[in-house]
Design a protein. Sequence first.
Length: 149
Amino acid sequence: MRIGTVAKKAGVGVETIRFYERIGIIDQPQKPANGGFRRYPDGVVRKVRFIKHAQALGFTLSEADELLALETDPNADCAKVRARAEVKLGSIRRKIASLNTIEAALGDIIDACPGRGVATGRCSILATLKSAENGLQEQFREHIEFDGE
């Protein structure tokens, strides 16, 4: 099947397929010598769907690729897959805890703000964000870093 068909059946854009090819998650079929279209095997749709489902659960592309490799490894068993899933769950729980801390801190600075009648030069939210003493940057460094993932 052609790339557009693969993309449509997998529920992604053609650029996603091309990106996966560039980073080596899926193989790009050889272009026929007669100049026709590349033909993708049926298994590519299943692989792309698997990757998208893994990403929806928080796995990175490389982690999804590792899970796919485990699926085809005759020496691997479910324990290896479970271990990777448990590591991911721990990571997600840490991120949730970090977000809960940030939510509480943001709620506190919003509650301290009068909301109106005060010039922005005296705004408690802006003052808190500018303050070097409050340690917000250090306190929320983990969140700042994982936001860029």
